[in-house]
Ligand binder design. Structure first.
Ligand code: TYC
Length: 120
């Protein structure tokens, strides 16, 4: 007695499904849709102790802002409690956070920043 084993035909994923022509079935379906990577904003937080000049230097150094823009961001953080320094992919945002926290720790300042996912 012989058992009939359905043949698996490699197909273009978008065309996966039942092949009516010879009765064989494609068992695997892969989607072609790739979503753009999630973005993260690096948010810096205010505190009462970190010098304004230090925050401005950090924003210039790690977020590529010029002096005027860095000063505006620092003042926004000082007044509102928080401010966005930049928007990046997850890994880059995490690296920026580490760099800022490292620099702040080494200088003995309590400056904090976090990466927050953006809705996409
Ligand atoms: N509030 C601080 C001060 O008055 C300045 C400051 C600004 C600290 C932004 C942190 O993320 C910060 N010295």
């Amino acid at each position: 007695m012989s058992t009939k084993i359905p043949k698996i035909i490699p197909q273009h994923p978008a065309k996966s499904g039942v092949d009516d022509t010879d009765g064989t079935v494609v068992l695997e379906r892969r989607t072609l849709k790739t979503k753009p990577p999630k973005l993260y904003q690096v948010v810096m937080l205010n505190d009462d102790y970190t010098p304004m000049e230090f925050v401005v230097i950090v924003i210039q150094e790690y977020f590529g802002k010029d002096l005027e823009t860095a000063t505006q961001i620092m003042l926004k953080i000082h007044l509102d409690g928080r401010g966005v320094c930049g928007v990046y992919s997850r890994d880059v945002a995490a690296t920026k956070v580490s760099q800022v926290l490292d620099a702040a720790n080494k200088a003995g300042h309590p400056l904090q920043c976090v990466a927050e996912p953006l809705d996409s």
